[in-house]
Design a protein around this ligand. Sequence first.
Ligand code: 5GP
Length: 192
Amino acid sequence: MQETTSKLLIITAPSGAGKTSITRHLMKKFPQLAFSISAATREPRKHEQNGRDYYFISTEEFQTRIQDDAFVEWEMVYEGKYYGTLKSELQRIWQNAQIPVLDIDVKGAIHVQGLYPKQTLSVFIEPPSIEELKRRLESRGTETEDSLQARINKASYEISFKHSFHEVIMNDDLQKACARAEEIVAAFIAAP
Ligand code: 5GP
């Protein structure tokens, strides 16, 4: 499986920190990057598409894939909801001579960078505060009271791991955070 010379970019953050916006910005900017589509068992949100945002699969199918050793990593990110990076997805992107961009949770990110230590750049997006994170999640309107609370609880825990990553970008201003991410990623792409 291992493609030792192929690079890998991980963007990680608590839910609501602005990771998706920054990732999208990078994808637009750098044609060398390709989004690594994870498999997930949660319900698709309104504007999400299967095969673009996630491969939405059933819990049974996910468990079969685990048994088949199809994942680079997988986590039960939230109670009862599985998310995982498929080996086939990284291979597809590397074969295309592109760099996979993994938008994954902190635990998954630490796991993957341990698997590919030499070829990975990991970036942690830090929210300005837990209060701001809560406000952003509420205004997104995608969470129930319970799932919002679960995301907030997990966020404080995740922030405590920020020093495990190569770069930390504070997202108190999205434009500035995107510009900083762009600088970091341009250097990573250009490096031998
Ligand atoms: P959401 O439900 O908001 O799309 O994602 C919830 C969390 O799961 C986010 O932090 C996201 O980055 C993470 N996530 C998405 N795909 C994967 C994956 O393949 N593996 C892991 N470990 N986390 C993932």
